[in-house]
Design a protein. Structure first.
Length: 270
């Protein structure tokens, strides 16, 4: 299990408590509502689940795959059949829905006369952390779930050993933040896309290296990655092809060492 020392504080998780009136409220409605409470007409008949992880116009909407179904949310909300709307414990609903490993934020509200509305925001991983297995990491740095199944198409951070995390937890968090910053720098540079990147390799003595799916390796060390990627762009203008397996060492400020590498073995059935 990933040491909790790697995980920063949880993101904002909130439960809003209140009434949402469908239409204009009036004193007459309030008086009628008081009578309706007594004869059971405020029982919960609808639990609406709204996933607001991706908003209209979000650049990542096409790449987003939901891991939380409305059925799961309703089950975790655990609102008993026949509950009176005003008696539903919204804090308990929030705690229940947050039990889903992919749920990052929950907002719950009452809507007159018979509806509970649950809005959720899902975790969105950008990186995998390799320790005793693979774990999803958000852009915020939160390590939130062991990775399983087919959803593994993210760069992998390797080299952050459990022993290092146990001995120096602050250093481990710093490495994780730096790896995420490096990922952002790579994308901003335009030299590679996230899809090109297979691995972010960390060594506590030598720093960071990037490994592309093509087998191309780029050693950056502990230096400014933006400046080093700028040097790589100049090398590409002079014929360096990242599609051809090679190791490029850019740690030195004066020279770049290029070492050809064998092509990666093809993957498939024997």
């Amino acid at each position: 299990m990933v040491t909790p020392l790697l995980a920063p504080p949880s993101p904002r998780r909130r439960g809003r408590i209140g009434w949402l009136l469908a239409g204009a409220a009036s004193i007459g409605l309030a008086l009628a509502g008081a009578h309706a409470v007594r004869d059971g007409r405020f029982q919960v008949h609808h639990v609406l689940v709204r996933n607001v992880t991706v908003q209209p116009g979000d650049d990542g909407a096409l790449d987003f795959t939901s891991h939380v179904s409305p059925v799961e949310v309703r089950h975790l909300a655990s609102i008993p059949q026949g509950s009176e709307l005003w008696q539903v414990d919204l804090e308990q609903v929030v705690r229940g829905v947050l039990g889903h490993p992919w749920v990052a934020e929950v907002e719950v509200s009452r809507r007159w006369p018979d509806t509970i509305v649950i809005r959720i925001v899902e975790h969105r991983p950008v990186l995998l952390l390799q320790q005793d297995g693979l774990y999803y990491v958000e852009a915020s740095g939160e390590v939130f779930k062991r990775a399983r199944g087919s959803d593994l198409d993210y760069p992998v951070l390797t080299g952050l050993a459990e022993g290092l995390a146990a001995r120096h937890p602050d250093l481990a968090r710093r490495v994780l933040r730096d790896a995420l910053a490096l990922l952002q720098t790579v994308e901003a540079s335009g030299e590679f896309t996230r899809a090109d990147l297979s691995e972010i390799r960390f060594d506590e003595h030598e720093g960071f290296s990037l490994v592309l799916r093509s087998g191309f390796e780029l050693t950056l060390g502990f230096t400014d990655p933006a400046e080093r990627l700028g040097r790589l762009a100049q090398m590409r203008e002079h014929g360096l092809d990242p599609a051809v397996p090679a190791r490029v060492d850019l740690v030195s400020e004066r020279i770049a060492l290029v070492t050809p590498l064998p092509s990666p073995a093809p993957q498939g059935l024997d």
